[in-house]
Design a binder for this molecule. Structure first.
Ligand code: FMN
Length: 199
């Protein structure tokens, strides 16, 4: 599928038909998500994938009973990972085994340290949350490229999700993306005209 068609034909699905997505396709979507870009390659996210019906039932109640949660095949919960220092260490360690020259690694390390020093406390969480949207967007287009429908969603209670999923404090549920096969039809695309967007 051409990327142009993927963009034009994706819509925010409200109801899924309950059919399960093949695990092979889920793995392909996971790999495309994994390649998402992030600031300084910190990849400050963890993504919980839920296919269990009981868990979806509980999460539905924490998502304003929106029908996507129970009817989807897989629910992706994109959590911002506020442990930026931990991720920075992991990125540097991965670079050490990648064949990149040591001086380049040391330069990146100093850039990373400088970057992190500007993001204390809440600012770090905010940075991680901004980044967590990027793999979620990858997910919706990756899914569409495989014939799978989706809906980006923020209509849920992050605190309730944390409790139900027993998440550590470092992870903040930020955006969810149910995946499946649509049982609804797209509405017309209503967008501002180009002249009002680009200047
Ligand atoms: C950050 C974000 C949060 C959203 N939250 C919800 C939601 O909670 N429930 C829902 O049905 N749609 C949700 N949507 C879908 C939007 O309503 C939808 O993308 C928009 O109306 C444009 O329609 P389209 O995606 O079908 O073109 C959300 C979209 C985004 C990007």
């Amino acid at each position: 599928m051409e990327f142009k068609n993927i963009v034009e034909e994706r819509w925010a699905t409200k109801h899924f038909d309950g059919k399960k997505i093949d695990e092979d396709k889920i793995e392909q979507i996971k790999e495309m998500i994994r390649l998402s870009p992030s600031a300084l390659n910190l990849q400050p996210w963890k993504i919980k994938i839920i296919a269990d019906e009981n868990l979806k039932e509980k999460l539905s109640a924490a998502s304003m009973d929106q029908p996507q949660i129970k009817s989807c095949s897989h629910l992706l919960v994109f959590c911002a990972n506020s442990d930026l220092e931990g991720n920075a260490d992991r990125v540097i360690n991965n670079l050490k085994t990648s064949g990149i020259p040591e001086e380049n690694i040391q330069f990146l390390k100093s850039v990373l340290n400088n970057f992190l020093s500007m993001l204390p406390g809440e600012a770090g969480i905010c940075e991680a949350q901004q980044n967590a949207f990027i793999p979620a967007i990858t997910a919706i287009y990756a899914a569409k490229s495989l014939g799978i429908d989706s809906c980006p969603m923020q209509g849920f209670n992050p605190a309730a999700y944390s409790e139900i999923l027993e998440l550590p404090d470092t992870l903040v549920p930020t955006i969810i993306v149910p995946l499946g096969y649509a049982a609804d039809k797209p509405m017309p695309k209503v967008r501002f005209p180009k002249e009002e967007i680009f200047f």
